[in-house]
Design a protein around this ligand. Sequence first.
Ligand code: SF4
Length: 263
Amino acid sequence: MALLTQGELADLNATMEQRTPQELLAWAWAIFGERTAVLSAMQRAGTAVCHMAYTAKLPLDVLFVDTGVMFEETLATRDRVANEYGLRVHSLVPEKTMEAQTAEYGVLYLSNDGQEKCCDMRKTQPLLTMKGRYDALIGSLRRGDGEKRAKVPILAVDPQMNCLRVNVLATFTDQQFKDYIRTHQVIENPLHYQGYTTIGCNRCTTPVLPDEPKRAGRWRHLGPWAMYCGINPTDVNRGASLAIDLPIDVIDRILGRKVDYAI
Ligand code: SF4
């Protein structure tokens, strides 16, 4: 095993900027194979990545964190992705039901500290049950979403999951994204047509007005608008070591020091 730091990815990240999302997906599959999974919340961007895997015939696992308080529309979207794209979708669930959690801690999501704890127990911890199973997680963060995501790198180390995040849509513009969805008739969460620009738990997500920021509907009751749950390491700064620990041959392949594949 050897360490890979975010700094060591700088040159490689620069070369990735011109690649299409599909090329990035193919790169990840060539490097990591079945140790790659898509992480999707079943919003529009996540289903677009699932569609790309489907059309490229990549048998990727899809991880979906089901907090137990998701909208019915989101669960139906997950089921459509599994059935129509033929992908294995793993629903990761928290240890406690929302009812059991509330009985023990109260209604956490009504305070800033409580929200962090609730998101940790209902989102981050379920994902961490998969730690060690995958070396790469394909994400759907886009720079076009603005705020903390405006500079999201294509490749980012995730020390908590000890894997590489591959943000294949990072450079996809709003227009490219819209065109892709329309051209390919990608499965969409119907809530996007009811004013929800981003979609999370039903307790903490509302629609937004046309002149509001995209993320204004997330934790609106807590404010300010720019808030994140913490499941994506590039959204937060935990002060953790920005390095991951992977087998040396995997790191060689990531950095192109050992090439036995052609992309
Ligand atoms: S979004 Fe709200 S309900 Fe969902 S895990 Fe976070 S605090 Fe809890």
